[in-house]
Structures are given as structure tokens and as C-alpha cells.
Write a protein that binds this ligand. Structure first.
Ligand SMILES: Nc1nc2c(c(=O)[nH]1)N[C@H]1C(S)=C(S)[C@@H](COP(=O)(O)OP(=O)(O)OC[C@H]3O[C@@H](n4cnc5c(=O)[nH]c(N)nc54)[C@H](O)[C@@H]3O)O[C@H]1N2
Ligand SMILES: Nc1nc2c(c(=O)[nH]1)N[C@H]1C(S)=C(S)[C@@H](COP(=O)(O)OP(=O)(O)OC[C@H]3O[C@@H](n4cnc5c(=O)[nH]c(N)nc54)[C@H](O)[C@@H]3O)O[C@H]1N2
Ligand code: SF4
Ligand SMILES: [Mo]
Length: 745
């Protein structure tokens, strides 16, 4: 039922504020649109969050949105070949093939939610409609190749998976960065545009930067202290730091102290992890570990922060947990200059009234490996086996939304084989790429200037509270459909209701959310609906989120406070100020306290204790890196590769010599599950016995349409990562530190 088509006069040539949807920095831009095409993007100097910062990716948004290879119509496989078709034809195929499969077994249809879901209002709101309509236990997302350790730890300690403590970057005097390279990635679970300037400011005000990373990254190169740790040893290091502080009587929990549960039990459990016991495993001197701990504890406002390198590893959950413990035992949780909780203006689990249920997990398990769900999801590293292993409950259909699983998930050759064997693959994606080439139906998103933008998810990890909304700068063209429409129609088909009119579906969806809000906030029935019904689509749900959010007017109960009009009328955004202490109001654990010693995490210390031996010298371990122009697997077509950042395998000069390999020469890298041939780059930033390969490459020309990317295809690092290797606590894939052998060719 096409409803979002057609053009609205006056929209087609426009200019206005636009938040960059690519990464968590969420920079404010100024965009110009001509004839509906994004033609120019410049940084917006007056944006209340980014103050004129933007990186080259955001400034090339017009190339990304205008990439001639982007799909402009749905595609359907007809006689084995993907062909462009109209929307009704694409939906007819889905309506014919999806319901019988679901009627047999809901779990036969899996869903994967990819990374851009967190940067897109339609996906952010309406993916939930699809997920609840399909009712499959086989829900997967990028979280289990990324941030699930954080969600789990957050859930177990504070009661919500999102809404995580973030470094108070502008006021801290000591920033400890573990397994993250924000100078290149622009930061993650720490939304802060312009990290380079913010780190320079930290140093200019006399603060210190410490980096724990095997590699001397651009962030490590700026640091006052760089600890070149061995991969996977961060939990050991953190345990020993905490034990050092306990041994010296330096534990001081500050204001969080009144809300803690389990401190003594925790310190007792960590006691075996002395600096001497872990030093060899970490590849560090015991004194370096002690010095770091003492320096951190002595700082007036310190913040420890961990991301990918400390999360997509065997001790991902335990590492994330001990980072928070370190912040807590040094009195840095919930204090200015330490780590603090944002109050997301659009509403979040930790701003809504508590329901006493705590974080959901372990209600079912995956069929093949028996892995317990986390936050409703199963490990993405289990997706291949669920598609591949026959028997009752086998996944026979996949709906992949904004994801490129054939490049992003470990053991990707196995993923591709399984994709090829599916009965039905539906992809919501704008490219014919390594994943969507296996699709039966591809449903492309519209141009990004047709969407409104608000950082619903990312505001939960912002380093400052802001509310910013970008208006659509162009109406949908006749062949375009909003992702709202696509998801609602898919949901309707999956529910068995058929292809109903979209506005009807949307109204029912929004009405339900509004009625729930009435109950949640004790409003007169119908109040919330009356306050939002003048809007449509994502904006209607955003209005609900904002008005019931922490700064909202609660439909007149808190007059003068935020509604969407107020935010829309402030194109630079509404600055809601620096982060403020939120304990204990932020807690959503059943006990209403901070659980310092969750049983699943304390139990993992046994496994940590079994892992104290360093690998023998000469054992090569694979690690990853991010590059300035990439965005996981999907920007290499729109942004030509920078000569300085090709897809190479970096090793140290000594490792190169031992391997007999020359700079620029080919090497074969082999793991338990695959092998690749890749040019070698000798780099003194990488320590001996590690090999660094960036992910997101390996652009296949076979059956894809990415004319630029295939000219510099690079090599797919996930051919090497073994999907058997998981953090057993969080289910997160191990994407750093897997064993490989390297041979010069
Ligand atoms: N080896 C290794 N593997 C990794 C990582 C690593 O460090 N090392 N990092 C992991 C991490 S952190 C992440 S987040 C994952 C990411 O992995 P994925 O979740 O697969 O995400 P991307 O690779 O970013 O691919 C995004 C896809 O969405 C499409 N897309 C972009 N914008 C939109 C939109 O608005 N709507 C729709 N429908 N589609 C859109 C793009 O065309 C692309 O195909 O990769 C993980 N994989
Ligand atoms: N340019 C660019 N920016 C991006 C992305 C991109 O692909 N390109 N992706 C976006 C996404 S989805 C995310 S999640 C964020 C991620 O943002 P970051 O977390 O900053 O990710 P990386 O830059 O990969 O940094 C991870 C670091 O961990 C180190 N490391 C590897 N193994 C270990 C280990 O065992 N211990 C420790 N301590 N360190 C280790 C690596 O050497 C690397 O420097 O970046 C986002 N921003
Ligand atoms: S730093 Fe991230 S949000 Fe900012 S312009 Fe670059 S890609 Fe966009
Ligand atoms: Mo990510």
C-alpha cells in the first residue's frame, strides 16, 4: 500500500541542519539539497554538540547518499537472477513465501539487526514491530560482535542494558582507554564529536591519558602512558589493579558507596590476581600495573573506558565488568570528571519508571549450541550453525536489516554457504553486496535526506545531554519507500494479517505505545495519544518519547518543558547541559542497588585463573584495526580508498624478519577455519607476534554491484576468525587474539 510516495512541493531544493548518521560522534552538519539530491555538506559551526567538528566521512555524505551503485528499487530473484521490480511485486513474493514458513515454525525465521539500526529513526522504532510480529527466538544483531559484554554487565550491575556510564570527557583529569582507538573510530559508547580536540584539551588542562592496547595506535601515540598488553589479558590487568588498590588501603567508593552490594565478596574473589600473578600473561611488568592503578586512584576525577579490543575477546564481559569495578572502587562512578549516566531526552530504559524486573537473559537457549539468550538475542556467531544444521527448529529464512553478515561475522565462508542454502533471504539494504547477493528479495532504503534524524539510541551514551532533530530535506520519490513503511508491511505479513494499509498499521502501533505510556506515567487514559496524534510515523513516536522523557512536558504536567516542536525549532539542538549525578534514581536492578558481584561474572574468575600462562614466543595472534575512511563493511564503494590506508596485514619488523617476509610481499595467513593471502606491511606500531588485519574488506565482484569497491577489494579478515570461539558469558564473538600461522609467499 504505497503511502509515502510522491513529492511535497517546496521540499526538493532545501538546506538545513543534518546530523551525520554514520558513527556515534553524531556530528551536526549543514546539508544542501538540489532537486532532491544531497549536493553539499559542511560542518555546522553552531551545533550545540559538535561545534563545527566533522570528519571526512561525514563531509562526503553526498557521495554516500548519491552513490550511483545504490539500489533505487527492490530486487527479486526470478529464475535464479536478481532483477529490479516494483514494491508491490516484491511484497507479493514475501506474502506468498514467508507466512507458510512461519506457520510451520516461528523460529524457522531468523532476524539480524545490523549496525546502522542505531543511527536511523525508522529502524530504531519499527524494527521492534517486525521482531514482535515474527516472534522467533532466533534474533541476532551486531551487538554480539560488538557491545554485548557492555549490555550484559550494565544489565547485571545497574539493571538496564543500555544507558551506560560514559567518561565525563570534558571534566575528567585522567582518561584510561582500554581496547579502543577513538582517534580513528571517533569513539564508541562514548558519544563525543571531535575526540582529537577533546584529548588535546584534556592534556592542556594538565590531565593525563593512559592507553591499554597491544598496538601503538594514534590514540596510544598521544598517551602519557601506553601499556602494550597482550590480547585478551585486560581482565587480568584490571583484576590486578583492583587488588593493588585493596592491598594498599586505597579503596574509596565515594558517593556510589551507599548503593553498593557485594564489595567484600568481590575483593575476596579478586585477591589471587596480584600484579605478579598476571604480569607474564599481560606482557607487562608488575610495577607498571601497580603504577597505573595508583595513578588512576590518585587522580581527581578519573574515567576508565573500554571498547572493541576489550569486548570482542574471550573475557569480554569480565573485562567490561572490571572496568566498572575500577571506576567504582576509586569513587569515580557518578561523579563529575568520572564516569556518568546520560539522561537521554528521547526516553530510555533507565529514564522510565522502574518495573523491578531487571535485565532479561537466559529465558531460552540456541538450538544447536545451547547458548542462553542475552537481552532477547542469541550470539551472531551461532547464526551459521542455526541455518546449517538440519532438524526441527532449523533456520530456513533470514530477514537481514542493515547488516552485511557475510563480512561482519566470524567464519564468514560458513555464513555464505548457509545463506546460499536458505529457503528465503530478505534483505533491507541499499547495496547489492556480499550478503544481499544471496537474497530472494532486497528492499532498499530511501535517500537519507528523506528521513528525520534523532539520536534515540546514541543519546544514551552521550558525554553531554542534548536533544537535536534534523528534518527531512526531501520528500520520497515515487519509487522510494520509507523503512517505516517497509517494516510495518513486513510485520503485518509476518503476523498473518496480510498487506494492510500502512497508516492503519502505524496508528495501531503508535496508539499501543501511547496507551502504555498513560499507564506507566499514571496519566488519564488517552492523554498521550491526544498529545501525539497530530504527527505521523517516527516523529509521532519521537514526540511520545520526548514528552515522557526526562526533560519532557509530560503532556502539560511539567509545563514549559520539551516537546518535539521545541526541538524542531532549535536547528542547532537544545543543550541540556553537562552530565549530572543520577544515583540511585538511574538503577533498575530488582534490588534497586548496584550489584558489584553478579554470580555469572564472579564465576568467570575461575576461567580467568586458568588463563595465566602467556603464549609461547612465536605464536602469531590475529587482531583487527579500524581505518579512517571505512565504516565496517560498507563505505569502500562510495569513498575511494585512501592510499595511506590499504587493506594490509601489519606485523612488526622483527616478526617480518622471522617470517622471511618483505614489506609489500604476499603472506598466507591461516587459522583453524580458513586462510587468506594478503600483502604484508611492516609497521613498528605493532608488537612482535601479532598480525593486524582490518575488517569489512573482501569485496567480491561475483554477483555484487559495487563498482568502485571491487577495484580495491582487500581481504576479508572474518574468513579467519573461528565462530566456535565465544566469550562464554556474553556470547560475543572473539574477533581479537585468535591463533593463526603466517607464511611468506
Ligand atoms: N573481524 C571483525 N569483525 C567485526 C568487527 C571487528 O572489529 N573485527 N566489528 C564488529 C562491529 S563493532 C560491528 S558494529 C559489526 C557491523 O557489522 P554489520 O552489522 O554487518 O554492519 P555493517 O558492516 O556496517 O553493514 C551495514 C549494512 O547496512 C547497509 N546500510 C547502511 N545504511 C543503511 C540504512 O539506513 N538502512 C538500511 N536498511 N541499510 C543500511 C549497508 O549497505 C551495509 O550493507 O561488524 C563487526 N565485525
Ligand atoms: N573509521 C571508522 N570509524 C568507526 C568504525 C569503522 O569501521 N571505521 N566502526 C564504528 C563501530 S561499529 C564501532 S563499534 C567503533 C569501535 O571503536 P573502537 O573500539 O575504538 O574500535 P577500534 O578502532 O577497532 O579499536 C580497538 C582497539 O583495540 C585494540 N585491541 C585489539 N585486541 C585487544 C585486546 O585484547 N586488548 C586491548 N586492550 N586492546 C586490543 C586494537 O589494537 C585497536 O586499537 O568504531 C566506530 N567508528
Ligand atoms: S565523526 Fe562520525 S558522525 Fe562525525 S562526521 Fe565523521 S562519520 Fe559523521
Ligand atoms: Mo560496532
Amino acid at each position: 500500500m504505497p503511502v509515502d510516495q510522491g513529492t511535497a512541493p517546496g521540499y526538493e531544493t532545501a538546506a538545513g541542519a543534518r546530523i551525520c548518521p554514520l558513527c556515534e560522534a553524531c556530528c551536526g552538519l549543514d546539508a544542501s539539497v538540489q532537486d532532491g539530491r544531497l549536493v553539499k555538506v559542511v560542518p555546522r559551526a553552531t551545533d550545540v554538540f559538535s561545534h563545527g567538528y566533522a570528519c571526512p566521512k561525514g563531509l562526503a555524505l553526498e557521495r554516500i547518499d548519491g552513490d550511483p551503485d545504490r539500489l533505487t528499487s527492490p530486487m527479486v530473484r526470478i529464475d535464479g537472477v536478481l532483477r529490479p521490480v516494483g514494491w508491490d511485486e516484491a511484497f507479493a513474493v514475501i506474502a506468498e513465501r514467508l507466512p507458510p514458513l512461519l506457520a510451520e515454525d516461528r523460529n524457522a525465521c531468523a532476524i539480524y539487526l545490523g549496525n546502522p539500526s542505531g543511527h536511523n529513526l525508522d529502524l530504531g522504532f519499527y524494527e521492534a514491530a517486525l521482531v514482535s510480529a515474527v516472534r522467533s527466538r532466533n534474533l541476532f544483531s551486531a551487538a554480539t560482535v560488538d557491545s554485548m559484554p557492555r549490555h550484559l554487565v550494565n544489565g547485571m550491575m545497574y539493571g538496564t542494558g543500555f544507558g551506560v556510564p560514559v567518561p565525563d570527557l570534558e571534566r575528567t583529569s585522567y582518561l584510561l582507554v582500554i581496547g579502543s582507538n577513538p582517534m580513528v573510530s571517533n569513539g564508541s559508547l562514548m558519544s563525543a564529536p571531535g575526540i582529537p580536540g577533546k584529548l588535546r584539551d584534556l592534556k592542556a588542562r594538565g590531565g593525563r591519558l593512559a592507553v591499554v592496547d597491544p598496538v601503538r595506535t594514534r590514540t596510544a601515540a598521544m598517551a602519557d602512558r601506553h601499556l602494550a598488553i597482550r590480547p585478551g589479558a585486560d581482565a587480568h590487568l584490571l583484576a590486578a589493579m583492583i587488588t593493588t588498590l585493596a592491598g594498599r588501603g586505597l579503596i574509596d567508593t565515594g558517593t556510589a558507596g551507599a548503593h553498593l552490594e557485594g564489595l567484600d565478596e568481590l575483593l575476596a574473589a579478586l585477591a589471587p590476581f596480584t600484579p605478579a600473578a598476571v604480569a607474564a600473561r599481560c606482557g607487562l611488568e608488575p610495577a607498571a600495573i601497580e603504577d597505573l592503578a595508583i595513578e588512576f586512584a590518585a587522580a581527581d576525577g578519573a574515567a576508565a573506558h573500554v571498547r572493541i579490543g576489550g569486548s570482542t575477546q574471550r573475557f569480554g564481559a569480565t573485562t567490561n565488568w572490571l572496568v566498572d569495578v575500577l571506576n567504582i572502587v576509586t569513587g569515580n562512578l557518578d561523579r563529575p570528571g568520572g564516569v556518568m549516566f546520560a539522561a537521554a531526552p528521547g526516553g530510555a530504559p533507565n529514564t522510565r519508571p522502574a518495573d523491578g524486573r531487571g535485565w532479561p537473559h537466559s529465558r531460552w537457549t540456541s538450538r544447536v549450541r545451547g547458548f542462553p539468550e542475552r537481552q532477547g538475542e542469541l550470539p551472531a556467531a551461532c547464526l551459521a550453525e542455526e541455518m546449517e544444521v538440519p532438524g526441527p527448529g532449523q533456520v530456513r529464512a533470514l530477514i537481514s536489516i542493515a547488516g552485511n553478515v557475510a563480512r561482519s561475522l566470524p567464519h564468514s565462508a560458513r555464513i555464505e554457504k548457509a545463506l546460499a542454502g536458505l529457503d528465503l533471504l530478505i534483505c533491507l539494504d541499499g547495496y547489492l553486496n556480499e550478503t544481499t547477493r544471496y537474497a530472494d528479495v532486497i528492499l532498499p532504503p530511501p535517500r537519507l535526506v528523506t528521513r528525520g534524524h534523532f539520536d534515540l539510541t546514541i543519546n544514551q551514551f552521550a558525554t553531554r545531554n542534548v536533544a537535536r532533530y534534523s528534518r527531512p530535506l526531501s520528500a520520497l520519490r515515487p519509487g522510494e519507500r520509507s523503512e517505516r513503511e517497509v517494516l510495518l508491511r513486513l510485520a503485518s505479513v509476518a503476523r498473518g494479517d496480510g498487506d494492510l494499509p500502512v497508516e492503519e498499521l502505524d496508528e495501531a502501533f503508535a496508539r499501543k505505545a501511547a496507551d502504555r505510556s498513560d499507564t506507566l506515567y499514571g496519566l488519564e487514559p488517552g492523554t498521550a495519544w491526544a498529545g501525539i496524534r497530530h504527527r505521523r510515523g517516527a516523529e509521532r513516536l519521537l514526540e511520545l518519547g520526548l514528552r515522557t522523557g526526562p526533560y519532557g512536558d509530560l503532556f502539560g504536567r511539567r509545563p514549559g518543558r520539551l516537546d518535539l516542536d521545541a526541538v524542531e525549532n532549535a536547528p542547532d539542538g537544545v543543550d541540556l547541559g553537562p552530565l549530572e549525578p543520577r544515583l540511585p534514581e538511574v538503577l533498575r536492578t530488582p534490588s534497586g542497588r548496584i550489584e558489584l558481584a553478579p554470580p555469572d561474572l564472579v564465576a568467570d574468575l575461575d576461567r580467568l585463573e586458568q588463563d595465566l600462562a602467556p603464549e609461547p614466543p612465536g605464536t602469531m595472534l590475529l587482531i583487527g584495526r579500524r581505518q579512517p575512511r571505512g565504516m565496517n563493511s560498507w563505505l569502500h564503494n562510495a569513498l575511494p580508498v585512501n592510499r595511506n590506508h590499504p587493506c594490509t596485514a601489519q606485523v612488526s619488523p622483527a616478526s617480518a624478519q622471522r617470517l622471511g617476509a618483505a614489506d609489500g610481499g604476499l603472506v598466507r595467513v591461516a587459522s583453524a577455519v580458513g586462510e587468506v593471502e594478503i600483502p604484508l606491511e611492516i609497521s613498528d606500531t605493532v608488537p612482535d607476534d601479532l598480525i593486524s588485519i582490518p575488517h569489512g574488506w573482501g569485496h567480491s565482484a561475483d554477483g555484487t554491484r559495487q563498482q568502485i569497491a571491487v577495484t580495491t577489494p582487500g581481504v576479508n579478515a572474518n574468513l579467519l576468525n573461528d565462530d566456535a570461539d565465544l566469550d562464554p558469558v556474553s556470547g560475543t564473538a572473539v574477533l581479537t587474539g585468535q591463533l593463526v600461522t603466517v607464511t611468506a609467499l
